[in-house]
Structure formats: structure tokens, C-alpha cells
Design a protein around this ligand. Structure first.
Ligand SMILES: [Zn+2]
Length: 432
């Protein structure tokens, strides 16, 4: 079924109209403000809507917990969400959600222990466990109780069920014909396994809510997006920014991100890092989503200095269109990697606030527009589109190496790391 657009009306009393059909009520006016009422309405159902709601919460968990609406959710809704098979890279994100919610209202501290049970301790790595235990808020409020509250696989005291830590898949996208995109999956050792082909269809709904088999693949430093329907085998390019129905604008309206001026950081990142307190006129160049928050890397209009804005602090950045493409960038483990138009490579550590500059591509005769940068398994990958060569920057060893080359004739669109629902990839394999 399609993404049916029946606008819902949920008043401040969170009333939900009765639903006779199994059709979705995630309509145009849907925002995450409606989530608690939807949970109440659907939790005892096994309907398409119920699956869609859970899939939405799972995929958008980080966006949700960084938004203002989440902070107002009632305890029951928070518990419901934290118990789902969420799409997270680490259980620390669950802890982060608990902290955000509890710290929003002092009275909620009484629910801390109860909510901590939603963390799947059996699948929490030792480093993550220590990170939680040593958190300032925890030391202050629960100094000794964590060991008794948490559990391990051979002695599970909570409902840990299964690991919800998801792995990203590296995929390649390329044109098979003018209106046909091919998708292959990287299976290791420079081997790409063909998954499926998709036909262009501009009728695919572009709402924030979509079914589990509809996925958005965002690349080109957040500047390009393609929505794939993995069942219908169709795709459409997404309008990313600058109109009410554009991708980032919809994300903003749906999640209402919290603009936290105290934790925002603005700085020039030229030869060193220089923090800026005043407002500066900027050309938005790249809007990068990292851990559910948007970060901006851009140029100042007057001095043309490279500038970072972490995380985004003004709604304005969601609304205005992108300026000319001048940087490739991505963020991995709190470090932002940037390739400028003059092909200088910069590594900006967002925690230590340091910058390293190098020229690893000198003498390689590369052109900025021919490159596409992304990340995979904590490393940076750089596609040289015309040569179909893939370079990799090992972020631990800090060296660039040639990762491989793709051997087919088609015009490359992107290499990108994405949470593709595995069950659909398997199905696509089986059919191809
Ligand atoms: Zn357990």
C-alpha cells in the first residue's frame, strides 16, 4: 500500500479519530508531537499502522530524542519507545535519551532507575557501560546502584531480548539508463554484489513517514538524496532544502529540533580553530546530520574562511537552499573530515577543537566535482567517480590507501553507507 495521506487531527487532548480501516493516518500534518497518542491508540493492535509507527520510531530515534517534542512526552510513551528494537549504533543513545528527558524536568528523577532498565545491558560494550557509569549526572544521582541494575548475557535481569545495534551497509548506486538506477552491495575484498535496479517514479510520496521498505539514501555531504521503494523497485530524487516539502524542511517541521545555544559551537577552521561569538553572514554549503543533529560547514561571505557551526542553532539553516558545492564533508566519531575545492584535506576534531591540514591528493590530477566522500565502518571512503576508484582514509592510522576499483561501465552516482533493512536486501538478492 502507498503512504496514504489522511491528515490526522490530534488536539491538545491528544484525541485520535477512530479508525476503521488498516490505512495509515500518518498524513501531511503529522509531527512527532502526535506520537504518545498514536502509541496509546495502536499498542494493542497488530496493524500496518502499528508496524509503521514502530518502524518510524526505530529509524528516527536519534532525531526524535534531540527534538523538543520528545522532552514533553509522558513516561509511558518514553518507556514504550526505549523498549523498541531501535536503530542505534550503541546503547549509549538510549542513555542519552533518558538523560535528555529526565533533565528537562527535575521531578522526573524518580523515574531514572526504571528507565535505565530499558537499556539492553546484555548488549552494552564495556566501554559504553563505563561511559554511562562515569557520567556526571549518574555519579551525582545513582553513584552505587548501576552494577545491581545492569545485567550480563548469562544472568539477564532485564528484558534485553536481542541486540539492537545495527550495522550499516556500503552500497554503490549507478545509472543503468537515464531513468534507471542500479544498486550493488559491498561484500568485502573489492567485491560488489548486484542487488536490484529501480525505475524513476516521481509519484513516490515524499512525506517524512514511510513504510519499512521505503528508504532514503543521503549522500554528497547531505546535498543529494534518493528515496527508494525496495518492493516496488522505484526511486525518486529528493529535493533537499529550500522549500516547505524539501527533505530538511520536513525533518525540521516533524521533529522540531532543539536549538541549544549553550552547547552550540561556532568557529573558523583555517590554520587553527578560532571560536566566534558574534553572528557572521554565511553561505550554507553543507548540512550534515550526525547523531540526529544537524551540523553546518560553510564559508563566510566576506572573508571566505571555512566555518563550522555545530550543531545548527537557527531554523533559518533548514529553510534556505544550499550555496554552490565547495566542500565534501562527513563526520565520524566526533571528527569532521573535509575536502575543500582546492583539494586540501582537513580533519577537525569536534571535541578537542583541533584542526589538521594536509594535501594528500597533490599530483593525483583529481577534480573536486569528480569526487564523492562518505564513511563506512569508522573510515572515510572517497569515490573518484570517473575512474570508479575508491580510496580509503583509515581514521585510526591516519593514512589514505586505495581500497579498490569498480569494474563496470555504468556512470557512478554514489558510494554510501546506509541502514538498508536487511530483510529486503536478502529478498532482492534472492530475486536477482
Ligand atoms: Zn540483560
Amino acid at each position: 500500500m502507498g503512504n496514504v495521506q489522511i491528515p490526522i487531527e490530534v488536539s491538545s487532548h491528544q484525541r485520535i479519530p477512530s479508525l476503521e480501516s488498516s490505512e495509515s493516518f500518518f498524513g501531511k500534518n503529522f509531527t512527532v508531537q502526535h506520537i504518545p497518542a498514536l502509541i496509546n491508540h495502536l499498542k494493542n493492535e497488530t496493524s500496518v499502522n502499528y508496524n509503521m509507527l514502530n518502524s518510524f520510531l526505530s529509524r528516527n530515534f536519534l532525531r526524535l530524542i534531540n527534538g523538543e517534542y520528545f522532552l514533553e512526552f509522558p513516561l509511558e510513551a518514553v518507556k514504550y519507545i526505549l523498549s523498541l528494537d531501535l536503530c542505534v549504533e550503541t546503547e549509549y543513545s538510549i542513555f542519552q535519551a533518558i538523560l535528555n528527558w529526565i533533565q528537562h524536568d527535575q521531578c522526573r528523577i524518580v523515574h531514572l532507575q526504571e528507565l535505565l532498565k530499558c537499556i539492553r545491558w546484555c548488549y552494552t560494550f564495556k566501554t559504553c557501560y563505563l561511559h554511562i557509569k562515569e557520567n556526571e549526572f549518574m555519579i551525582k544521582n545513582l553513584p552505587d546502584e548501576l552494577d545491581a541494575l545492569s545485567c550480563e548475557p548469562n544472568e539477564c535481569r532485564n528484558s534485553c531480548f536481542n541486540s539492537r545495534i545495527k550495522e550499516k551497509h556500503l552500497i554503490s548506486l549507478y545509472f543503468l539508463a537515464e531513468n534507471k538506477i542500479g544498486m550493488s552491495l559491498y561484500t568485502g575484498d573489492n567485491f560488489w554484489s548486484y542487488c536490484a535496479s529501480f525505475d524513476e517514479d516521481d509519484q513516490i510520496p515524499i512525506g517524512v513517514i514511510s513504510e519499512e521498505h521505503v528508504v532514503d539514501v543521503i549522500f554528497d555531504s547531505g546535498r543529494t538524496g534518493v528515496r527508494f521503494d525496495l518492493v516496488q523497485k522505484k526511486y525518486r530524487f529528493l529535493d533537499m532544502s529550500g522549500s516547505p516539502s524539501a527533505y530538511y524542511n520536513q525533518l525540521h517541521d516533524c521533529f522540531k529540533p532543539k536549538f541549544d545555544r549553550e552547547s552550540s559551537y561556532r568557529a573558523y577552521i583555517q590554520d587553527g580553530v578560532k571560536k566566534i561569538e558574534d553572528w557572521v553572514d554565511l553561505q550554507k554549503n553543507t548540512l550534515i546530520e550526525y547523531k540526529g543533529e544537524m551540523h553546518i560547514i560553510c564559508y563566510t561571505q566576506k572573508e571566505q574562511k571555512l566555518y563550522v557551526f555545530l550543531p545548527v542553532e537557527h531554523v533559518h539553516w533548514y529553510n534556505s537552499p544550499f550555496a554552490e558545492h565547495r566542500i565534501h564533508a562527513c563526520i565520524v566519531n566526533d571528527v569532521c573530515y573535509i575536502i575543500t575545492k582546492s583539494l586540501s584535506f582537513r580533519v577537525f576534531d569536534m571535541l578537542k577543537k583541533t584542526i589538521e591540514k594536509s594535501k594528500p591528493f597533490a599530483d593525483m590530477h583529481l577534480s573536486f566535482d569528480d569526487l564523492q566522500m562518505d564513511q563506512h565502518k569508522s573510515n572515510i571512503i572517497l569515490l573518484i567517480k570517473s575512474l570508479k576508484k575508491i580510496m580509503m582514509f583509515d581514521t585510526r592510522k591516519k593514512v589514505w590507501t586505495l581500497m579498490g576499483q569498480i569494474h563496470f561501465e555504468n556512470k557512478m552516482i554514489a558510494l554510501t553507507s546506509t541502514y538498508m533493512p536487511v530483510q529486503f536486501i536478502k529478498k532482492m538478492y534472492a530475486k536477482s
